[in-house]
Design a protein around this ligand. Structure first.
Ligand code: MLT
Length: 276
């Protein structure tokens, strides 16, 4: 599906019918990252996976700023377009940074949160420096610079050996990424806010999922989210790295489906009888 939304043309994939859940992909991927989840959508759920601004089939739009807040507002604009009051929000890595911005700035639009392979802390000075150096290399080499930087760290040794098609899919998505979107997203990640202090304000049901062998986001950073968001639960997927939903889709889908089944029923304002 695609539509003009705000200043951009946004593309998204969707599957199923029922309560909405929005999947936000990581850097430098596309909505294709969530295809194994869309393929297994449980009954009673409507899964929606947009391409973030500049990635996949969504264009960069006309506004000149590109921040996690802008990307979060794009998700809210998509919800408005689809006439969704609330949705479960799920983000992987950079998608989790967008999810945090959305959850803290638009809490009334969030039914529940699933954080996958992400962190609430901002970049250290060293990490910012590395991102800016990578953005410089993207300007001269294109997406190959990001492949050289990230590819080897994305999946576990087990995934590399047993499921080489996962690495092929990730590499194809990375190779197709537009250099101007890559540099903007790298700058936006370097500039993103530190949300650690705000996590205790989250009041909706929250699940944290991490790959046991993630080489990009540390267990300490993920556990900090699970420890600080009141009542959050954590699941660790064995033998997976930074993209557990692709590396072990059956396990990830089982965890997600079980979590969704346990959620309290959605508040359906339109169907409430307020006539007493
Ligand atoms: C991602 O997967 O979105 C990136 O690894 C996030 C990051 O570099 O911080």
């Amino acid at each position: 599906m695609q539509s003009a939304i705000g200043d951009m043309r946004m593309h998204w994939r969707e599957a199923g019918d029922g309560d909405p859940l929005i999947f936000i992909h990581g850097f430098p991927f596309t909505s294709e990252l969530w295809q194994p989840q869309l393929d297994a959508v449980p009954a009673g759920w409507h899964f929606i996976a947009p391409d973030l601004r500049g990635f996949g089939e969504s264009d960069l739009g006309t506004r000149s700023d590109y921040t996690m807040d802008v990307l979060a507002d794009d998700m809210v604009a998509l919800m408005d377009h689809l006439e969704l009051d609330q949705a479960v929000i799920t983000g992987l890595s950079m998608g989790g940074y967008v999810e945090l911005s959305l959850a803290l700035r638009h809490p009334d639009r969030v039914r529940a949160l699933v954080f996958t392979a992400t962190r609430a802390n901002a970049d250290s000075e060293d990490a910012k420096h590395k991102r800016r150096a990578l953005a410089m290399r993207v300007r001269s080499m294109g997406s190959q610079a990001v492949i050289d930087d990230m590819f080897a760290k994305l999946t576990s040794g087990h995934t590399k050996l047993k499921y080489p098609q996962v690495a092929e899919k990730l590499q194809a998505m990375m190779a197709a990424a537009r250099p101007d979107a890559l540099t903007r997203a790298l700058d936006a990640m370097a500039e993103r806010k530190d949300y650690q202090e705000d996590l205790s304000r989250i009041s909706v049901s929250t699940l944290v999922v991490r790959g046991e062998q993630d080489e990009i986001v540390s267990a300490t950073d993920m556990e900090a989210i699970a420890r600080t968001v009141p009542g959050a639960r954590q699941e660790v997927i064995a033998l997976t790295g930074h993209v557990p939903n692709l590396e072990a889709p059956d396990v990830y889908n089982k965890i997600l489906t079980h979590y969704l089944q346990m959620l309290p029923p959605a508040l359906k304002l339109g169907s409430m009888d307020l006539s007493w």
